[in-house]
Design a protein around this ligand. Structure first.
Ligand SMILES: C[S@@+](CC[C@H](N)C(=O)[O-])C[C@H]1O[C@@H](n2cnc3c(N)ncnc32)[C@H](O)[C@@H]1O
Length: 515
């Protein structure tokens, strides 16, 4: 068996030991061993880091750190590297940082320098930055570690936030990319045009490109509810098949436009996370691009943790579109979502259903499958609602709708949330036929929860809607079946195919005949 295999097997065994045994027996044996045995059993050091982080007693942290600090002075480089890797797991502080920096000044091994960089990335602070400033740049760990440590020092000092109310003037050539589910672009466009702050430049699958008509704020962008994410277009980088150059991407990220946007819209350090959309982690590419961007503009910091911005790389036909996206959590449009149900609606879909329903006065609205209440909340927000009803067969969902609805602070609206099967609604609510003006809903689609006779559920929905809607009332819903209304009084007004997160579904509007 080769030595790396035996090392892995040993680590697996040690990792499974209870902390007390690992510390007393295995660490004791390691400390008492000769150089060769210590070399063969370095896995003990790794196991100490991992097992202590999981189940070690907090009161022993100083003792464990002391042991690892001692190993940083071991004559064997491999032992020192293992100790460096384990230290952040114990919660290393200034003493350990000083020890690591002393080693950094002495070492002549590139491998050890890399390992020191990885540890300092995690635990380094001002002392690390001061030391790095004295080391020769142009190679080695300095720039990468410097960027990471600057970012973590900034993160610890004050978490940066996105300034929603800051005005962006003088950005007339700016393009904003509103992204969302395929099939909803027309509604996004309609909403943008109704607001009148931006003009629509271009519409593609799942993307509406807009340009400001004058000075604007991000708060005004987030007054639009039908899109999912917004990104400022920083530029296009050529390169077919994902082969866009590191240099090209870095230049766009470090551009004066990016810096000006970030400086205007960020409270605190300018930190961003880099994401190659739809391509997984891409750790190597992220590192290369972030290193190069930092070399070009050291005021903008790449930081995977809690960054207020993302730079998203979207593949396009001829290369990549680079976009700067605010990472707002929660999305300010949905701060009312205190809780969720497993099959909750995608919030922009709920807003789009609301647009399709149109705006009328004195509405009585029912969501037969209210879940966490998004459709009812989005419709009530638009005004003109006198009364809402929500039913769901899950009591937990009804409680969640109640809480979310209250958190949305929607003013004086009569609200009734009832636990039960939607077919029993007239009896549960004590309502006469023809009492409702709008039924708006995203029913169970049989994907996450199996529903016996799903088609029958939709037939029953048509039947109950035909009975409970007043003449002129609307039924707006997502329908996974290609079916015509079995109820002659319900007339189809519109139908569009929408991607509901990996599968297509119809979004339909019916109107009850009469009036
Ligand atoms: C897709 S979810 C609704 C999501 C909801 N629009 C939201 O904002 O979270 C469908 C809901 O229908 C409920 N449901 C399923 N069958 C039902 C039935 N026969 N009667 C009433 N509710 C039902 C489920 O409990 C689930 O909460």
């Amino acid at each position: 068996m080769n030595s790396s295999r035996t090392g892995k097997d040993l680590y697996k065994q040690l990792r499974a030991l209870p902390w007390a045994r690992l510390w007393t027996e295995e660490v004791g044996r390691f400390d008492g061993a000769g150089a060769r045995e210590r070399f063969e059993r370095v896995a003990v050091i790794r196991a100490v880091g991992v097992v202590f982080a999981e189940s070690g007693p907090a009161g022993q942290a100083e003792e464990v750190k002391g042991w690892l600090r001692g190993l940083l002075r071991d004559p064997e480089e491999k032992v020192r590297r293992y100790a460096m890797a384990a230290l952040p797991k114990i919660g290393a502080g200034a003493g350990e940082e000083a020890e690591l920096l002393a080693l950094l000044r002495q070492t002549t091994s590139a491998r050890e320098e890399q390992a020191l960089g990885r540890t300092l990335d995690k635990i380094g602070g001002e002392a690390t930055l001061a030391t790095l400033a004295t080391l020769a740049t142009g190679g080695g760990i300095a720039p990468r570690t410097e960027q990471r440590v600057k970012a973590s020092v900034a993160r610890r000092a004050s978490p940066s936030t996105v300034r929603l109310e800051a005005e962006l003037g003088d950005f007339d050539r700016l393009r904003l990319h509103l992204r969302g589910r395929r099939g909803l672009e027309g509604l996004v466009r309609e909403e943008v045009e109704e607001q009148g702050k931006f003009r629509v430049v271009e519409v593609q699958r799942g993307l509406v490109v807009i340009a400001p008509l004058g000075p604007f704020t991000l708060a005004e962008v987030f007054a639009l509810r039908c899109f999912d994410t917004v990104g400022f277009s920083l530029g296009l980088v050529k390169g077919a098949g994902g082969g866009e150059s590191v240099e090209g991407l870095a230049e766009v990220i470090a551009s004066p436009l990016a810096e000006r946007l970030l400086a205007t819209l960020t409270e605190g350090a300018l930190r961003y996370r880099l994401e190659f959309i739809g391509k997984g982690h891409q750790r190597g590419a992220v590192r290369e691009v972030a290193d190069r961007a930092y070399a070009l503009c050291p005021r903008i910091l790449n930081d995977a943790r809690e960054a207020p911005w993302a730079v998203d790389i979207h593949a396009t036909a001829g290369g990549a579109s680079v976009e700067l996206r605010p990472r707002l959590s929660p999305d300010p449009r949905h701060a009312y979502r205190l809780d969720d149900v497993p099959a909750a609606s995608h919030p922009p879909l709920a807003a789009c259903l609301t647009r399709l329903a149109g705006h009328r006065q004195d509405e009585s609205v029912w969501d037969p499958f209210c879940g966490s209440g998004l459709e009812l909340i989005e419709r009530t927000r638009r005004g003109g609602v006198r009364r809402v009803y929500g039913t769901d067969r899950s009591a937990a969902a009804i409680g969640i709708t109640e809480r979310n609805f209250a958190a949305a602070r929607l003013g004086p609206v009569e609200a009734h949330f009832l636990c039960g099967d939607f077919r029993d609604f007239p009896a549960l609510a004590g309502l006469a036929p023809g009492s409702l003006t709008l039924i708006i809903t995203n029913p169970p689609l049989g994907r996450r929860v199996r529903i016996p006779n799903l088609r029958g559920l939709f037939e029953d929905l048509f039947a109950i809607a035909a009975r409970m809607l007043a003449p002129g009332g609307r039924l707006v819903f997502t329908n996974p079946f290609r079916m015509e209304s079995p109820e002659p009084t319900l007339r189809l007004q519109s139908r569009q195919v929408v991607d509901l997160g990996g599968f297509d579904c119809q979004v339909e509007v019916y109107r009850k005949a009469g009036r």
